[in-house]
Design a protein around this ligand. Structure first.
Ligand SMILES: [Zn+2]
Length: 82
């Protein structure tokens, strides 16, 4: 069995799901950018699929929980995804 290293770089033409954060105006870490994990601001999922981009709220402030949704993103896409 071959284990591949985790791919962190999005590949065009492939489905990708990434977690990012939208900092609140009051967040002192907002200058840290969208990949900052250590604040409690709302997390979102950036989903690239079939040439289309979706941005879905993870409905959590936890990066870990958002990442879990990204790993099994059918839950994040949810009803009405078509
Ligand atoms: Zn923040």
């Amino acid at each position: 069995m071959i284990t591949e290293p985790e791919a962190s770089v999005p590949v065009l033409g492939k489905e990708t799901v990434e977690v990012y954060v939208r900092h609140l105006k009051s967040c002192r870490n907002k200058s840290a950018g969208k990949q900052h994990r250590k604040c409690g601001c709302p997390k979102y999922l950036y989903i690239y699929r079939q040439g289309k981009v979706r941005r879905v709220s993870a409905k959590t402030g936890s990066w870990t929980k958002a990442q879990e949704q990204a790993d099994g993103d059918s839950a994040a896409v949810g009803p009405g995804a078509g």
